[in-house]
Design a protein around this ligand. Structure first.
Ligand SMILES: [Zn+2]
Length: 106
């Protein structure tokens, strides 16, 4: 019987948008996405066991990823939540600035 398994299969789960930044991979300024990446052990291409979880900031143009350190994560999650809400509810620039300023004081 052939038993086919692999290690290192990556699955992304996007959390939300981040700000536009200069990407270190494509050297252009593009918006980024906050994403949770899980590495899996797979058997017959079916993910069975997650063995590593990291948060990354991914370029929306070239998909280049930068791993996020744990200390930065609460701030980036909060910012991403606000930016996603601004997109979903079509906020004005002023509403977005007010929300971002309030989040800095929490
Ligand atoms: Zn890029």
């Amino acid at each position: 019987m052939i038993f086919f398994f692999s290690i290192g299969d990556r699955r992304h789960n996007d959390h939300g948008p981040l700000d536009e930044e200069l990407c270190p991979f494509c050297n252009e300024s593009h918006f980024r996405v906050l994403s949770l990446v899980r590495y899996w052990v797979t058997v017959f291409f079916i993910p069975i066991l997650p063995y590593r979880t990291i948060w990354v900031s991914r370029c929306t143009y070239c998909s280049g990823e930068t791993e996020i350190e744990e200390g930065e994560l609460p701030h980036l999650k909060s910012r991403s939540d606000i930016l996603q809400k601004a997109v979903d509810e079509d906020w004005s620039e002023e509403q977005l600035e007010d929300a971002l300023n309030q989040s800095r004081h929490l």
